[in-house]
Design a protein. Sequence first.
Length: 352
Amino acid sequence: MNFYTKIIRPILFRFDPEKVHHFTFSFLKLAFKVPFTKLLIKSLYNTSDKSTGKKLMGIDFPNPIGLAAGFDKDAKLYSELSSLGFGFIEVGTVTPKPQAGNDKPRLFRLPKDSAIINRMGFNNEGVAKMIVNLKKNGNKVIIGGNIGKNKVTPNEDAATDYQICFEELFLYVDYFVVNVSSPNTPGLRALQEKEPLLKLLNSLQNLNDELALKKSISRKPILLKIAPDLTTEQLEEIVEVILLSKLDGIIATNTTITRENLTSDKKEVEKIGAGGLSGLPLTKRSTEVIRFLAKRAEKKFIIIGVGGIHSENDAMEKLEAGADLIQLYTGFIYEGPALIQRIKKRLEKKGK
């Protein structure tokens, strides 16, 4: 029996999603302060990775299963979350200055579709606070830094915001993710257009080289997180931009603004309103994007697959489509930490 899905999830889903999120963080923080809790959790969930490790972008990933950005926005719980079996944790999206995000309520469940709609709006405590939290890591957990711009920053000045986050986090993360695909910051997705995107990414690559030389360390891998709603033509342009800017990879995909193929009551969905949809309804589209990118990439850049992974089969489908690594978010919320172990076992079985 899956204790989480049978006992814990029904209780948690009785309450407001955002309040549950904060409660879970507080509970885990408190629980891990109890002696032997970490060892117990690791014995239950963080089993040996055996043959599932991968070396990509110069990073040794103990296993290919990561936690997507948006869950640990301020890098407060990465150590505890890694104990559940994740091979890497992506924190953020972080902005230069703290911001409250959009008005509440802004996080909604669609249980009939195993989905979530959010319009959080990059709520975070700012890059300075994130650094304080990341200094406690000691290079124990592989960390991805997902960076964005403040809502009040106009698009013509967006590069400055990304550069600030990049420079401040340079010593504290293993790789960077440029988030220009969230639907919850007005105008942000316009930065996915070819010209502004290439300009932004080139500026970060130049800064990357400068900081690596200045601090006498290797440059940091940079990936771009894209929306699932891009057309074939736009995806072709994204591939071109990645190759021109010599980026290390793409994360496919962020949440979708579409509401197709939902079984939830249409009036309920309309009442929720705007926001990015994640979960099972995104499974097929994100895999399609991954397959398209993998065919065009020809191994010239890596792909991290995310979107609608709720089972071992979903995970394998992403990897077989061409993803080098995968990330969980909504599937983790609906299925719990046992999902990580099930995927690992499937990978180990395949590797034998």
